[in-house]
Design a protein around this ligand. Structure first.
Ligand code: HEM
Length: 451
């Protein structure tokens, strides 16, 4: 089970993340950033970081504060750090976005936004690494899913380091020639460390455990899973360490990325085989909505890999890289996040409200907090809109892309309404909803901790 101890601030991370998702989708629907503006424009940088940091990274951090203790069967190192961590991350993100707008002349306040963003994000992610790192460290030897998380944490350290170098150079704090070279050639490494290492690799580790848990499938950790883990870790090491070395030696980064890509492909093929095995070996024949929608997200990951291989084969990958990044960010990562959020919100709310009175009186089951037949339509709309938006990017149809982004926004809002209903126990039958001693929980904070 997901562990009895609740992380007090995880819901606040989820709420902040969902606000960033809605803001990003609204901006895309209004035609802000790529494809209406160039990939390297300030507008696109705002959008990219609103999604990567505001939505996906905040969500991941909140989920890990809850989930890492479950993975290693130990308590979180500190229950009090997540709140100041959240404050630093949100303030750091806001300052970074202002820095991008200042770079473009849209914001003209004479304030050193970039150095400030670098400091706040360094502290914020430093606290994440300290808290989760200490939790993992005492639990060695780590089970496989936790090892994926550990590599993900190393990757966010690399991503943030690149990001800090970028901000310090762009903010005029340093003109060290090596660092200027890193800015000139390091953006792909920064994006791979963030999307590939931090977000994808961590999500892969988490799915091993969550899919097995929610579908009652056997836990995996055999030779195939371990080989996949080592291939993926090697791919990230080659891309990040090899890439930086190539930049410093003025050698070809493309060659390094090609080698990393082959290793990454092996890792994803092995992961795909494991996931198929999990779905086939499950004991729960009728799987819940979250596991069905996770399959769509994983299919989007597979489609992204196929797209990369085909586009690279045709020699047009560089031209269409934004479409691939979009499918990874919204089909795979966001799709998986929304699907799992639907279950996790229900589970944590159930644990918070009914855990303390379990066995003492009649309580609803976790699934009584949700109405899947109402939620499914929003999820389907979301995935269809994401896939159509990817096609619109590939076919260079910006207006169609905006319409699809609008549909993604509507679908996300529909899913958010379901999440709020879950949190407020609105779908639980009146007879079971509030037995003596049970109150409707706070929206943003888990108020009960129990072992
Ligand atoms: C998960 C985390 C992150 C991801 C996935 C990510 C992704 C990206 C991507 C894809 C780009 C290129 C975008 C474009 O050209 O339109 C980029 C650029 C940039 N990122 Fe990040 N980023 C992350 C975190 C950060 C952090 C923490 C910082 C600051 C501390 C940062 C600072 C920057 C800067 C300054 C650029 C512009 C570089 C330039 O134009 O030369 N990023 N990032």
């Amino acid at each position: 089970m997901l562990g009895a101890r609740l992380s007090r601030w995880t819901m606040s991370y989820f709420a902040a993340a969902l606000i960033a998702l809605v803001a990003a989708e609204l901006l895309m629907a209004l035609g802000y950033g790529y494809p209406g503006a160039p990939v390297e424009s300030a507008e696109t940088l705002v959008l990219v970081h609103l999604v990567a940091l505001g939505w996906l990274s905040l969500l991941m951090c909140g989920a890990l504060f809850q989930f890492v203790p479950v993975l290693v069967a130990r308590p979180l190192y500190s229950d009090s750090l997540p709140l100041p961590t959240l404050a630093c991350l949100v303030a750091g993100l806001a300052t970074l976005l202002l820095g991008f707008l200042q770079m473009d002349g849209i914001v003209s306040i004479p304030f050193a936004f970039f150095p400030m963003a670098a400091a706040l994000l360094a502290i914020g992610f430093g606290l994440v690494l300290w808290n989760l790192g200490r939790t993992l460290w005492v639990a060695r030897p780590l089970p496989l899913p936790a090892r994926f998380v550990a590599v993900g944490l190393c990757s966010i350290a690399a991503t943030v380091t690149f990001g800090i170098i970028f901000t310090l150079v762009l903010g005029g704090v340093t003109d060290n020639p090596h660092l200027v070279d890193v800015v000139a050639s390091g953006v792909p490494l920064h994006a791979i460390a963030g999307l590939g290492g931090w977000l994808t690799f961590t999500a892969m580790g988490v799915t091993y455990r969550l899919l097995a848990m929610f579908m009652l499938a056997p836990e995996l950790g055999g030779p195939r899973s371990r080989t996949g883990f080592y291939c993926g870790t090697a791919a990230l090491a080659v891309a990040i360490v090899g890439g930086v070395t190539a930049i410093c030696l003025a050698a070809s980064v493309t060659l390094v990325l090609f080698a990393a890509g082959l290793l990454g492909l092996c890792a994803l093929l092995l992961y795909g085989a494991d996931i198929l095995h999990l779905y086939r070996a499950r004991k729960r024949r009728m799987i819940e909505l979250n596991s069905r929608m996770a399959a769509f997200a994983i299919a989007s990951l597979a489609a992204s890999v196929i797209l990369i291989v085909v586009l690279a084969g045709l020699g047009i990958l560089a031209q269409h890289v934004a479409a691939v990044v979009f499918l990874v960010a919204f089909g795979w990562l966001s799709g998986l996040a929304l699907a799992k959020l639907y279950k996790i919100a229900a589970f944590l709310t159930w644990l918070e409200c009914y855990g303390p009175v379990l066995g003492k009186m009649a309580t609803p089951r976790v699934q009584d907090l949700t109405v899947e037949r109402r939620a499914i339509g929003w999820f389907l709309l979301y995935f269809v809109a994401v896939w159509a938006a990817t096609a619109a990017l590939l076919l260079e149809m910006p207006v169609v892309f905006q319409i699809c982004a609008g549909l993604m926004l509507i679908a996300s809002l529909g899913i958010i309404v379901q999440l709020v209903r879950i949190r407020q126990l609105l779908d639980v039958s009146a007879t079971l909803r509030l037995p003596p001693g049970v109150r409707v929980p706070l929206l943003l904070r888990c108020s009960v901790q129990h072992d």
